[in-house]
Design a protein around this ligand. Structure first.
Ligand SMILES: [Zn+2]
Length: 306
């Protein structure tokens, strides 16, 4: 942050100011010179990142001066937003450098996820000053855990994940107002896919099961911020993920009420475990009364943290 405010980041425009013959254009968009403000705010490659973390950093006048931009912006922010802002700047810069020097790809979804993870951990460490959570190896369990749905509402947590060498797994787990597990479903497939797409598919899987079982009022909870935000905004489009969204919107019409919510990965750990159910078996697995003890224990742990 200090480097940024003093315009001391080694962005191309700064290097070009000192060395002759250096190309100062932005290595991502190639549209403008890569200044500090460009790399973090103006470059179009960041738009989905800022939207994903829920911060509006564009509404600034004058904006060429990086220190002025940061100072004006964080002046009106709360503590959490400030942490989120600084973390996002840091991750954008980190990923931009990996792209330039290591040839890594740019994924807004992955960046948002990383920002959320880091912010979450920082929040955990602040809240848990005694460090007790860290000792138990389950940082964050002490607050903000899984929350029961209201009366007459089913909560379905969904998650997706990649298992190296095996494929992708999607999981959905449905709990009632008491926190009891009604059912869980896992679909494991070969091959790899885009993370956000698989997360959207996991959400669709949860909805399909809920419909099959005739549930009426549901909350569907995912730890994929991009997918949840898109669904909350009724996003339409022609991309592959939007096709899955269309399926989700269509099936949602069959329920009395469907609410899409975002949750932290820690509060979503049961769905995560279901998606990674062992033994890994290609195809669909469904549990109700025969839920493995391992899952029952995680569900109990979720309740003990409320
Ligand atoms: Zn750019």
């Amino acid at each position: 942050m200090w480097q940024l405010c003093n315009n001391a980041l080694p962005v191309k425009a700064n290097i070009a100011a000192r060395l002759r013959g250096v190309d100062c254009s932005c290595p991502r968009c190639h549209f403008e010179a890569e200044s500090c403000v460009h790399v973090l705010r103006d470059c179009g490659w960041n738009d989905d990142v800022w939207e994903g973390v829920g911060l509006d950093v564009q509404g600034m006048v004058g904006g060429g001066n990086v220190r002025e931009w940061v100072e004006l912006l964080i002046r009106d922010m709360g503590e959490k937003e400030r942490v989120m802002f600084m973390t996002t700047c840091w991750v954008i810069w980190e990923q931009r450098s990996k792209m330039v020097f290591d040839g890594r790809g740019w994924s807004c979804e992955a960046i948002v996820r990383r920002v959320m993870d880091i912010s979450w951990e920082m929040q955990c460490c602040q809240e848990d000053k005694a460090g007790a959570a860290r000792e138990r190896g389950v940082c964050g369990r002490s607050f903000g855990g899984w929350v029961r749905p209201g009366a007459g509402v089913w909560k379905i947590n969904v998650d997706a994940g990649v298992k190296k060498g095996l494929g992708v797994g999607m999981g959905a787990v449905c709990r009632d107002e008491q926190g009891g597990v009604a059912w869980a479903v896992a679909v494991q497939e070969e091959g790899g896919r885009d993370v956000a797409m698989t997360e959207a598919e996991a959400l669709y899987l949860g909805l399909k099961e809920a419909r099959r079982l005739g549930l009426r009022n549901i909350i569907i909870e995912s730890d994929c911020l991009i997918v949840v935000t898109d669904l909350q905004k009724n996003k339409k489009g022609r991309s592959d993920i939007c096709l899955i969204y269309d399926d989700i919107f269509r099936i949602s019409l069959f329920f009395e009420s469907v609410v899409f919510t975002y949750t932290s990965r820690l509060s979503n750990s049961l769905a995560h475990k279901v998606a990674h159910a062992v033994p890994w078996s290609i195809g669909r697995q469904f549990w109700t009364d025969d839920l493995p003890l391992f899952f029952v224990n995680i569900a109990a742990l979720d309740l003990s943290n409320i």
